[in-house]
Design a binder for this molecule. Structure first.
Ligand SMILES: [Zn+2]
Length: 592
C-alpha cells in the first residue's frame, strides 16, 4: 500500500492492530479467519469487502449466502452498506464471526428547523485578504430559506447554490468512481469586496424561514491587510511545503529551499499566502522584522562540472521563491520576484547540458531553461548558500558506460525501500500475512540479484522494524543513488472490488522517473504475464525525492484472493525478483 497520508489512515483502518493480534491468536484454535474489516468498523463507503480465509473444503457463508473462494480458500466478496449500522455474520461449519460496520453519511445534515447545519459557516477560520479581493461567505441551511450575512455594515445575500457540485475524492481513481460527482443541497453562498483596511470581526449570519429567524456569528474573522505594510517571512523548514491553497487538500508545488523570503498577501487559519501565489504553513516559516518586499536582480551566471554533476550558481540579492519544471530534454528554474540584468553566462562544453536559455516572463519573473543532451535525467539538488541559489544537476551514473559495455549493473548505486515494517503492517492478505513481510522478502531477493549483476545496493531496512517516511527519504538524499525503488503491495479503499482488481502498478512523480516506471510495468506484464493495474502519476513521500529518479512499485493486490496466492508463493517471489533485476539491467543498458 502506498505511503500517503490518506492511505496510511486507510492502512491503519485496514489493519486494526488489535484485531489482527486477537485474530492471530484466534487462528490457533479456529479455521475461519477474517483479516478485514475489523469487528467494529466505520466507513463512508457504499459497500465493504470481507478479506479472509478458511479451509478450501466446505463453504463459507456471509449472512447465510455462500461466497466464492480461491483454490486455497481465500475470499474477498463485497456487500452493500446502508447508512448506519450493518451487521454481518461470516460462518464456516460451526465457527462464526460477527462484524458490525457503521456507514457514515458524507452529506452534511440539512437542519429540519430554522438553523444552520453544524460547522457549515465559512470562512471557518480567521482570514486576511488584500483590499478589494473577492471574499465569499457560505452556509448550509434548510431549502427555500432566506440567508444573509452582515459584515462591515453591509448585508450580503447568500443565494441557494442549486448546481453546486461536490467532486469525488482523489482516491476514487482506485475504485472507478471518479465520475460520480454529487450535487450539494442546501448550500447558500454570497461574495463581497472590502476596500478599507482593518479587522471586521466575525460576520453575523441570518437565516429566515416561515417567519422565523435565527442569527449567529460565523467562526472566522475577516481582516483586510494594508498593501504597503505586509509581513515578510523566511522559510525555516529544510524544504518548505508550498501548496495551491490553504490546507493539505491542496496540491504541492515546488518546495521552497530553507531561507526563502517572501511577503504575505493573505492568511487563512495558520496558512500564509505568499506574494508569488503559493500557500505555506506558518509553522514552516518565521516572521522577519523587515517590511520591505524581498526582490532581486540577477546578472551573471556560472556553471561548472563537479563530482559527476553540473553546479550552477545564481547570485541573487534576496532568497526568492522558486519553481522547477522538468520536461523532455529540458529542465527549467523559475525565479519569482526577480528581474534580469543578465548579460553574460559561462557554460563550457558539458556532457549533460547543451545550452542555457533565459526569459523574463513578466516584470518580476525570470525563467531559466537548460536544454539537456541525454534524454534521461538523473536528479537534482537545490539550496541557498548565502543569497546565492545553488542548483546541482546530476549527470548519468559514472559507471553507466562500463555497465553498458558489460551488459551488467557494474558499480551502479541502487536504493531499495521495502515499505512499512515493525508495527506498521501495510495491507494484510486473506491469511493475515502482512504486506511488510512480503515487501522485505522480495526486496532482499531483488538486492541479491542486483548485487550479483554488480550493483551497489542500499536498503532503507533489512529487518522487521519501523522506519519513518522522513528517514527513508533522508537515506535517498544522503546516498544519492542512480535510482530509488520503493517496494509495496496494494489494497483498495472499502468501496473497491477486491475480487475483480489485480495486477502490478507503478507510481512516479517527477518526469525523470516516468520512463523507468513504464519500462518496469511493461516488463513485468510481458515477461511474467501479470495483469496490469496501471501506471500512475502520484504525489507520494517516496516518489517525491528529486535527488534521483524514484519509482514506487505496487507488485500486486494482497486482498485479491487469487493474486495473493501468487504474491505469497516463495518460488514466484524468486522469479519476480529475478525478473525485476533483469528489467533494471535492460533499462540501465538502454538509457543515455
Ligand atoms: Zn504499502
Amino acid at each position: 500500500m502506498k505511503q500517503v497520508l490518506g492511505l496510511t489512515l486507510l492502512t491503519s483502518m485496514v489493519i486494526g492492530f488489535n484485531d489482527i493480534s486477537v485474530a492471530a491468536e484466534d487462528r490457533l484454535s479456529t479455521n475461519l479467519y477474517l483479516a478485514y474489516p475489523p469487528r467494529n468498523h466505520q466507513t463512508t463507503a457504499k459497500k465493504i469487502f470481507f478479506i479472509g480465509n478458511a479451509p478450501a473444503r466446505g463453504e463459507v457463508f456471509i449472512n447465510d449466502r455462500p461466497i466464492s473462494r480461491s483454490k486455497t480458500g481465500n475470499f474477498a466478496p463485497s456487500f452493500p452498506l446502508e447508512i448506519g449500522e450493518n451487521i454481518f455474520t461470516i460462518r464456516y461449519q460451526n465457527e462464526s464471526i460477527a462484524v458490525t460496520v457503521i456507514r457514515l453519511s458524507t452529506q452534511p445534515k440539512i437542519p429540519d428547523r430554522v438553523a444552520f447545519a453544524e460547522n457549515s459557516l465559512t470562512p471557518a477560520r480567521n482570514i486576511a485578504r488584500l483590499p478589494k479581493e473577492s471574499i465569499c461567505l457560505s452556509a448550509i441551511a434548510p431549502l427555500d430559506a432566506k440567508v444573509s450575512a452582515r459584515l462591515n455594515f453591509k448585508t450580503i445575500p447568500l443565494l441557494p447554490q442549486t448546481e453546486a457540485v461536490d467532486l469525488p475524492p482523489n482516491s476514487a481513481i482506485y475504485t472507478s468512481e471518479n465520475e460520480n460527482t454529487s450535487i450539494k443541497v442546501g448550500h447558500y453562498k454570497g461574495c463581497t469586496q472590502i476596500s478599507r483596511q482593518g479587522n471586521f470581526g466575525n460576520p453575523l449570519f441570518r437565516v429566515r424561514l416561515d417567519r422565523k429567524t435565527f442569527t449567529t456569528r460565523g467562526p472566522g474573522t475577516i481582516s483586510i491587510l494594508s498593501p504597503n505594510n505586509l509581513d515578510v517571512i523566511e522559510v525555516t523548514a529544510d524544504a518548505g511545503v508550498a501548496r495551491t491553497g490553504p490546507s493539505t487538500n491542496y496540491s504541492r508545488l515546488t518546495p521552497l529551499p530553507k531561507g526563502t523570503r517572501a511577503t504575505v498577501t493573505g492568511t487563512e487559519g495558520d496558512w500564509l499566502r505568499l506574494d508569488y501565489g503559493a500557500w505555506i504553513r506558518a509553522s514552516e516559516t518565521k516572521l522577519l522584522s523587515t517590511r520591505i518586499p524581498p526582490r532581486s536582480l540577477i546578472r551573471s551566471i556560472v556553471a561548472r562540472e563537479i563530482n559527476n554533476s553540473t553546479e550552477i550558481v545564481f547570485p541573487l540579492q534576496n532568497r526568492v521563491p522558486i519553481a522547477i519544471d522538468q520536461g523532455d530534454r529540458t529542465f527549467s528554474l523559475t525565479l519569482y520576484n526577480t528581474t534580469a540584468q543578465t548579460d553574460i553566462i559561462r557554460l563550457d562544453d558539458n556532457p549533460y547540458i547543451k545550452r542555457l536559455d533565459w526569459e523574463q516572463i513578466d516584470p518580476t519573473t525570470v525563467k531559466y531553461t537548460f536544454l539537456l543532451k541525454p534524454e534521461q535525467q538523473w536528479g537534482y539538488n537545490l539550496k541557498y548558500r548565502g543569497t546565492s541559489l545553488i542548483l546541482n544537476l546530476r549527470h548519468s551514473p559514472q559507471n553507466l558506460a562500463l555497465s553498458q559495455m558489460r551488459k551488467s549493473l557494474n558499480g551502479i548505486k541502487i536504493l531499495l525501500d521495502p515499505g512499512h515494517g515493525g508495527e506498521e503492517l501495510g495491507a494484510v492478505g486473506p491469511t493475515g500475512y502482512p504486506e511488510k513481510s512480503v515487501n522485505l522478502v522480495v526486496s532482499k531477493l531483488l538486492r541479491d540479484e542486483l548485487v550479483r549483476r554488480g550493483a551497489i545496493v542500499y536498503m532503507t531496512r533489512e529487518e522487521d522494524v519501523f522506519v519513518s517516511l522522513q528517514d527513508r527519504v533522508k537515506l535517498i538524499n544522503n546516498v544519492q543513488p542512480a535510482i530509488a525503488l520503493s517496494v509495496h503491495y496494494n489494497a483498495l479503499p472499502d468501496s473497491g472490488d477486491a475480487i475483480a482488481t489485480k495486477g502490478v502498478g507503478m507510481f512516479w512523480y517527477h518526469p525523470m522517473a516516468r520512463d523507468l516506471a513504464v519500462f518496469l510495468q511493461n516488463y513485468l506484464v510481458k515477461n511474467l504475464n501479470r495483469p496490469s493495474y496501471g501506471v500512475f502519476w502520484n504525489n507520494l513521500a517516496l516518489t517525491r525525492p528529486h535527488g534521483a529518479p524514484a519509482v514506487l512499485l505496487e507488485l500486486g493486490f494482497t486482498i485479491n484472493p487469487e493474486e495473493f496466492e501468487w504474491i505469497s508463493d516463495p518460488q514466484e517471489q524468486k522469479i519476480l525478483a529475478t525478473s525485476l533485476a533483469d528489467a533494471l539491467t535492460e533499462w540501465f543498458n538502454s538509457v543515455d
